[in-house]
Design a protein around this ligand. Structure first.
Ligand code: UT7
Length: 328
């Protein structure tokens, strides 16, 4: 989707939140047949954060949103859109975004959730960008938040070692291209899905199927194969659309599902690994939260700075995949 010439969505704040409780690979090896060596070698994960009992996705999301608002110096009443990308909502309904809206005091906003699993943040980013460009919204909180620990089968070593809990958010504001005097803002987003690949990564429950919440089921090897191919394609799509080369990008922020997927994609695209933000070792796969958490960490570390060209990309259940190019 190309940008409207008059309005642009500019990132004015970002934030993150990780639950206090940390579960290491060694902790997991005490509970099931796995090892720190296997998990690290096959995924790059060393530890993950786990939400405390009673700590909800909306709590994580609201904490991350508060940091975004503070970093931007913006009052919650000035927010007119709250999107929460999540596969682990507090309730089947209402949308977790409405709970977050109430928790942060964004009472003038409209609020809804987006379900695109690990691609959820990129889908939410694209949605908020289009609301801003169309003139319907000026300030949008875009949040990815998950309590994956609640939908894991803790006896399935093929999945339970891979995921973690957390939330990240960015705050987008409308700026006119004339007032910016530069190409800052979201330059493009590209989204895809293929429902025929549903069975490779899904939750085996839900209100209209079993009436239960269910657990994550995954054909890991197949997902891996699709991930490298599809994420390379959607990054290339963004580069071609913006007439750029991989070497022009300052920071690649991939979805953090597996260090081998991140390395494989970077190699396929000829991306210098020093330009890739990696947090999977500390956070594991936090699904929709992984990209905004990685962004938050890179901003705190003074890696991503104003005017840097940042490319985000993700693939998740559905299957869904997408990319977004942002001039910070
Ligand atoms: O965020 C959404 C997208 N998700 C992803 O992108 C995840 C994509 N997939 C992956 O990251 C990888 O496929 C995994 C990390 C899930 C698995 O790595 P793999 O190299 O594909 O291993 P595998 O599933 O083929 O399993 C290899 C062996 C098997 O044993 P056998 O059959 O060779 O004897 C598994 O039973 O490793 C065994 N295994 C484990 N061993 C120790 C599977 N899980 C574990 C474990 N600890 N946790």
């Amino acid at each position: 989707m190309s940008n409207n010439k008059l309005r642009r969505s500019v990132v004015v704040g970002c934030g993150g939140y990780l639950p206090k409780n940390i579960l290491t690979n060694e902790d997991l090896a005490e509970q099931l047949e796995t090892s720190d060596d296997w998990i690290k070698a096959r995924s790059g994960i060393e530890k993950r954060h786990i939400a405390a009992p009673g700590e909800l996705t909306s709590d994580l999301a609201a904490a991350a949103a508060d940091v975004s608002l503070k970093s931007a110096g913006m009052h919650p009443k000035d927010i007119d859109l709250v999107i929460v990308a999540t596969s682990t909502p507090d309730h089947t309904f209402p949308a977790t975004a409405t709970t977050v809206q109430a928790k942060v005091g964004a009472n003038n906003a409209m609020a809804f959730d987006i379900a695109a699993v690990c691609s959820g943040f990129v889908y939410a980013l694209a949605t908020a960008d289009n609301f801003i460009k169309s003139g319907q919204v000026n300030n949008a909180l875009v949040i990815g938040a998950e309590t994956n620990s609640r939908i894991l089968d803790w006896n399935d070593r093929g999945t339970c070692v891979l995921f973690g809990d957390g939330a990240g958010s960015i705050l987008l504001s409308n700026e006119s291209v004339e007032s910016l005097g530069s190409d800052r803002g979201i330059l493009s987003t590209h989204l895809h899905s293929d429902g025929r690949l549903h069975d490779l990564l899904y939750v085996d429950g839900g209100p209209s199927t079993t009436g239960t919440v269910g657990c994550i089921r995954m054909e890991g090897k197949e997902v891996f194969r699709h991930a490298v191919v599809k994420m390379s394609e959607v990054v290339t799509e963004a580069l071609v659309h913006n007439n750029l080369l991989a070497a022009d990008i300052d920071w690649f922020v991939p979805h953090q599902a597996n260090k081998r997927i991140i390395d494989g994609t970077a190699k396929k695209l000829g991306i210098n690994t020093e330009r890739v933000i990696v947090t999977i070792d500390k956070h594991a796969n936090t699904s929709a939260a992984s990209i905004p958490l990685a962004i938050w960490e890179a901003v705190c570390d003074k890696k991503i700075e104003k005017h840097d060209l940042v490319l985000v990309e993700a693939l998740g259940g559905g299957m869904t995949w997408g990319s977004g190019l942002i001039r910070w």
